[in-house]
Design a protein around this ligand. Structure first.
Ligand code: ATR
Length: 278
């Protein structure tokens, strides 16, 4: 990809950042839409995060994604924070405004719910309670998305109960912290923990009481079909893998920086999957 002197600039700020799929994803869209732009990895250590974010307007960047471990710091540094990012307590997308001010957004909740709706079009928020496993950064976005979609009750289970209670307090809504990950009665089951990820222990959850019509989704996408999704699929439940959340969360940022709302297609999925295998 050749960029001109007028190229629009964006990137992903992380530490480390070498594992990030975002340059491949945004690079695909830039190519696809013939945009004179570049999206680059920006490796920034924690002690330089404020300098780096503050430098974006001076360097002419349209904005950036923010990833581990900087999402919470980004919330404190930007000039304006959108309400969803405020509730989640993390910023994953920064847009430099016309006035040079930094706007912090969080598109993870959008990415999660859009992937779920596309992957399981028959799922309805009103169908019943959701059981959410985990209370880390990803869980905050997932729970906010489910509350905003109108899910009547979110049963939140986490190994460390205090973190689940803090999440419930911060995000707000019909969230009930539970002390057992009991699938009975749930219309939706979401894993947001790192369990089941390649190199991590499997998620040890008995699905015997899970309703046959319940939808199961995992935000882990390495492997694409986690042991949880495989077990649910074997029982006949509809399952939705986590790759689409990564793809969809990137859409609003790309649109804000490069002026085109990009499409999440099967070909894009294949392209990003090939990158995962590499
Ligand atoms: P992310 O930002 O991706 O959500 P995180 O903030 O590190 O990552 O959260 C990881 C989640 O996986 C947490 O809910 C964590 O549980 P704790 O809050 O109790 O730490 C959960 N998790 C990770 N390893 C786990 C394990 N071995 N058993 C149970 N839960 C685990």
């Amino acid at each position: 990809m050749i960029v001109s002197g007028k190229a629009r600039l964006a990137g992903v700020i992380g530490w480390p950042v070498g594992h990030s799929r975002s340059p491949r994803l945004h690079g695909y869209w830039l190519e696809q839409y013939g945009i004179d732009g570049a999206y680059v990895p920006l490796a920034v250590p924690p002690e330089r995060i404020e300098d780096a974010i503050r430098a974006l307007p001076a360097l002419g960047f349209r904005g950036a994604n923010v990833t581990v471990p900087h999402k919470e710091a980004a919330l404190r540094i930007v000039d304006r924070v959108d309400p969803v990012a405020r509730r989640i307590g993390a910023v994953n997308t920064i847009v430099v405004g016309e006035d040079g001010r930094l706007e912090g957004r969080n598109t993870d909740a959008y990415g999660f719910i859009t992937n779920l709706r596309q992957g399981a079009p028959e799922w309805r928020p009103a169908a019943g309670p959701a059981l959410v496993l985990g209370a880390g950064g990803a869980a905050r976005a997932v729970v906010a998305a489910l509350v905003d979609a109108g899910v009547p009750e979110i049963r939140l289970y986490n190994r460390t109960v205090a973190k689940a209670e803090a999440l419930a307090r911060d995000v707000g809504g019909p969230i009930r912290v539970v002390t057992e990950p009991e699938p009975a009665g749930a219309a939706l089951l979401v894993n947001t923990t790192t369990l089941g990820m390649a190199g991590q222990p499997p998620l040890d959850l008995d699905l015997a009481t899970l309703a046959p019509e319940a939808v199961v989704t995992d935000i882990v996408y390495t492997p694409l079909i986690t042991p949880l999704l495989a077990a649910a699929r074997a029982r006949g439940n509809v399952v939705v893998d986590g790759l689409g959340m990564l793809l969809h969360q990137a859409v609003p940022g790309f649109e804000a920086w490069f002026g085109v709302r990009p499409e999440v297609t099967g070909e894009l999925r294949e392209f990003v999957l090939n990158g995962l295998a590499a």
